[in-house]
Design a protein around this ligand. Structure first.
Ligand code: ADP
Ligand code: F6P
Length: 328
């Protein structure tokens, strides 16, 4: 069921992502432009339950488009999975006059939006996560900044790795998804890329590859390890013992989530934020804003959450092939 709304709430939830501020700015300014009131909800669903709600004006979002993080703050709020808590949150929205809510976050956050919609609050999800792991959309806000931050860091590790003729295992974020690892692996010419979706945990293959590359004269060997596989430090110890080649692990960690968003993240966030404000103003509810096949579109959140996403097999194969410096 959908109905027209008068006051829009906006919150960010789950892990922060560069570009969330640009999305908040777009939601606020486009909604105000449509004659709606806007309220900012601090610290995700936790802040909603604690009624940390502030009025937003056009100037509330000045000077934020270039800033990383989220001016509203974010949180993980596990109790939001409980039906009784979701019903209370919907009541809090009604108490504050919030009849439409834009949730910027990952698929966990979409589940919260789905629940609120079922309790009568019109909700729209915007994909905000560095992980690129939301199936309904080809793009998630924060991914571009995160991969560029990781790429620059990996290039630096490569310099010192070559100088010392070491093997380097570099762990990138992505929870259970390997997109950051795949993109950085290709962009940095890594010799091995370990993705949760593909890795067979056969370390002997890695060891053989490292030894073969060293025999061919390669001075470094970069292994990009996705967070979902983990254990980079102990893996480095085992690989060093098996190959006799000094091996170091670098875990890039939270630096990947910070920093000023790239132009691409600011652009997608701005268009998605405006699009969310428009479909909310038009009375739509329980929709996920997506970028798919070159267009900004929206899907039913139930449908969006039922979709599956897998690593493209061709792209994975190419990532493996390009790192081999041999003719056949
Ligand atoms: P992301 O949104 O980036 O996937 P999480 O999975 O941590 O991050 O989810 C963010 C928040 O969304 C959670 O802390 C919780 O408040 C809410 N959430 C997650 N899963 C559910 C669910 N099944 N039902 C309701 N709310 C949920
Ligand atoms: O979803 C974004 C992300 O950075 C993942 O890549 C990572 O697994 C997770 O969040 C870390 O979450 P937290 O901030 O709770 O440690």
């Amino acid at each position: 069921m959908s109905s027209e709304i008068k006051t829009v709430g906006v919150l960010t939830s789950g892990g922060d992502a560069p570009g969330m501020n640009a999305a908040i700015r777009a939601v606020v300014r486009k909604s105000l432009n449509s004659g709606l009131k806007v309220k900012g909800i601090k610290k995700g669903y936790m802040g909603l339950l604690n009624e940390e709600i502030v009025d937003m004006e056009a100037h509330s979002v000045s000077d934020i488009i270039q800033r990383g993080g989220t001016i509203l703050g974010t949180a993980r709020c596990l109790e939001f999975k409980e039906e009784e808590v979701q019903a209370r949150a919907a009541e809090i929205c009604r108490k504050h006059g919030i009849d439409g809510l834009v949730v910027i976050g990952g698929d966990g956050s979409y589940r919260g939006a789905q629940a609120l919609a079922k309790h009568g609050i019109n909700t729209i999800g915007i994909p905000g996560t560095i992980d690129l792991d939301i199936a309904c959309t080809d793009y998630t806000i924060g991914f571009d900044t995160a991969i560029n931050t990781a790429m620059e860091a990996i290039d630096k590790v490569r310099d010192t790795s070559s100088s010392h003729e070491r093997c380097s295992i570099i762990e990138v974020m992505g929870r259970n998804a390997g997109y950051i690892a795949l993109w950085c692996g290709v962009a940095c010419g890594a010799e091995d890329v370990l993705l949760p979706e593909k890795y067979d945990f056969n370390e002997q293959t890695l060891v053989n590859n490292i030894i073969a590359n060293r025999k061919k004269g390669k001075t470094h060997h970069l292994i990009i390890n996705a967070e979902g596989i983990g254990h980079s430090t102990s893996m480095a110890r085992r690989i060093e013992a098996a190959t006799g080649i000094e091996t170091r692990a670098t875990i890039l960690g939270y630096m990947q989530r910070g920093g000023s968003p790239t132009c691409k993240d600011r652009y997608y966030a701005s268009i998605m934020g405006a699009y969310a404000a428009d479909i909310l103003a038009a009375g739509k509810t329980m929709r996920a804003v997506c970028y798919r096949n070159g267009e900004f579109v929206d899907y039913d959140i139930d449908e969006a959450l039922a979709m599956e996403k897998t690593i493209n097999p061709y792209q994975y194969e190419v990532s493996r092939l390009l790192s081999r410096n041999e003719s056949v």
